[in-house]
Write a protein that binds this ligand. Structure first.
Ligand code: IMP
Length: 185
């Protein structure tokens, strides 16, 4: 997709992270993960729908066997602020008891969703639960969460692309860009 054309189309504001930067970052993250989990079974848990692109590229950058499973949870309505109210729309297929689980996330904003998810997964008796997130907004975080692998810290503005949406649009952009405020305010 041609960003210029999309920009003209859909009110993107600023290109924040290019596709090359994202892929380079995920390759480095994959190397760290390979070394940290050497000799261990690993289950990647993706959070639908935003983490689809991160999962696809991170999993393929890993030079080892991994399993992938998915959860769909919802904490956002149609707006842009986290409600903190989390509902499971689709649960994991796998039993994670005794397993090493790595949550794969697109973005950590307030951290409310993720802290709920970590507690939920911990209650299922896994061997370990860690977090890999492509993006984090440090200025927006309300929860103290240990994120083991972080791609980029970004400013506290609403971003789209590479899996992230506004009203289900823009997920298929290859880059991450800020959305013009007048689109969502
Ligand atoms: P949190 O609970 O505030 O950390 O929000 C978590 C979820 O909100 C993410 O997994 C995204 O689905 C969504 N989200 C947070 N910030 C953004 C953004 O800037 N753009 C698009 N979605 C976002």
């Amino acid at each position: 997709m041609d960003l210029q054309r999309v920009e003209a189309d859909v009110d993107l504001d600023q290109l924040l992270i290019t596709e090359d930067e994202i892929l380079g970052c995920l390759r480095n993250m994959a190397k760290e993960i390979e070394s940290d989990y050497e000799g261990k079974d690993l289950l990647l848990v993706g959070v639908l729908k935003g983490a689809v692109m991160v999962m696809a590229d991170l999993a393929r950058a890993l030079d080892r066997h991994v399993e992938m499973d998915w959860m769909a949870i919802s904490s956002y309505g149609s707006g842009t602020k986290s409600s903190g109210v989390v509902r499971i729309m689709k649960d994991l297929d796998a039993d994670i008891a005794g397993r090493h689980v790595l949550i794969v996330e697109d973005i950590i904003d307030t951290g409310l969703t993720l802290s709920w998810l970590v507690a939920n997964l911990q209650s299922r008796g896994p061997e370990s639960v860690r977090i890999a997130a492509l993006l984090r907004k440090p200025d927006a975080m309300q929860m103290d969460i240990d994120v083991d692998y972080v791609g980029f810290d970004i400013p506290d503005s609403f971003v789209v692309g590479y899996g992230l949406d506004h009203g289900e649009r823009y997920r298929n952009l290859r880059c991450v860009a800020t959305l013009a405020a007048d689109v969502y305010e």
